[in-house]
Design a protein around this ligand. Structure first.
Ligand code: KPL
Length: 296
């Protein structure tokens, strides 16, 4: 099976490194000219050098990108894809799925999420945390290809749970990201600092808003279970800076439209408001506009 990973982000690099170690032939596609070598430092002490490769039509294309990059990236590489290419989306938040299904009506589409952690520093990528992955089909390929893809994903994203309905784990991750990402970015703190009791009221209110909108979407989450999940992620990733914190810090666009913005859009459709989500959304947009407008 011919597999390609698009982009040279931290998680994508980690996938390619894992596959090189597993002797699974992966290609890494870079969208812009890049240095010859990326080095990945794994937590078990291994170091893997990743090489740039030529584009050939893949059987499986994995997009470990930012949510806002997906649509343009897929459009740019469309000429290299065939109707048999399976497209795998791997990003925070929700909102790229419908467009991808519509834009690629013949392709099988896989949705992935992972809590693996990695950090980039120049051309070096450091694995900073082992994590659980979840996978589920939005549109299935024929059986033989499905089995081959599932086997491969199980290797490079291990441990990985497969779901008949991937929306439930995606919504659960959305709950976590809708709390940790904007709060850490606005208050410029690492994930662990959210354990301070001064954040308790905001965290609880965000989770209440999340439960209100998810219930209207027929996804039922227990408030206390979510509180425990968020507390666990904060503890497990205490030293990490969330992806939104890093985006704001490095003056990059954030995924706010696909996280709190996604919840606000759903709320609008149901005719309700989510005041704290709205307030955090506006604050992140304001922070982004300070640098995005000046870089245009
Ligand atoms: O997914 C994450 C992110 O930073 O985007 C969390 C789970 C919050 C870990 O940092």
């Amino acid at each position: 099976m011919n597999v390609a990973v698009l982009g040279r982000g931290a998680i994508g690099s980690l996938l390619v490194a894992q596959s090189q170690l597993n002797q699974t032939p992966f290609d890494m596609w870079w969208r812009t000219p890049e240095p010859e070598d990326i080095r990945v430092w794994l937590q078990n002490g291994d170091t893997v050098s990743l090489k740039h490769s030529e584009k050939v039509s893949p059987d499986l294309l994995i997009l470990p990108l930012k949510a806002w990059q997906i649509s343009k990236a897929l459009n740019d590489i469309k000429p290299y894809l065939s109707p048999q290419t399976c497209i795998a989306l791997l990003h925070n938040g929700l909102g790229t799925e419908e467009n991808t299904l519509e834009a690629f009506p013949e392709n099988s589409i896989l949705r992935l999420t992972t809590s693996k952690a990695a950090r980039k520093n120049g051309d070096d990528v450091y694995e900073t945390g082992y994590g659980q992955s979840h996978a589920g089909w939005l549109r299935e390929p024929p059986t033989a290809q499905r089995i081959a893809v599932e086997r491969l994903i199980a290797q490079v994203l291990a441990p990985c749970d497969w779901h008949r309905d991937i929306s439930q784990p995606l919504w659960q991750k959305l709950a976590v990201n809708s709390v940790i990402n904007p709060l850490t970015a606005i208050h410029q703190v690492n994930n662990g600092q959210l354990a301070d009791k001064s954040f308790r009221t905001h965290i609880d209110e965000l989770l209440r808003e999340f439960c209100r909108i998810s219930a209207l979407e027929n996804r039922h989450f227990d408030f206390e279970d979510l509180q425990a999940t968020v507390a666990k992620v904060i503890a497990l990733t205490a030293e990490n800076f969330s992806s939104m914190h890093q985006d704001i810090y490095h003056h990059r666009p954030t995924e706010i439209d696909y996280i709190n913005g996604y919840l606000l859009n759903r709320a609008k459709l149901h005719g309700i408001t989510l005041p704290l989500n709205q307030s955090l959304y506006s604050q992140i947009k304001q922070l982004e506009s300070n640098y995005l407008s000046s870089s245009k």
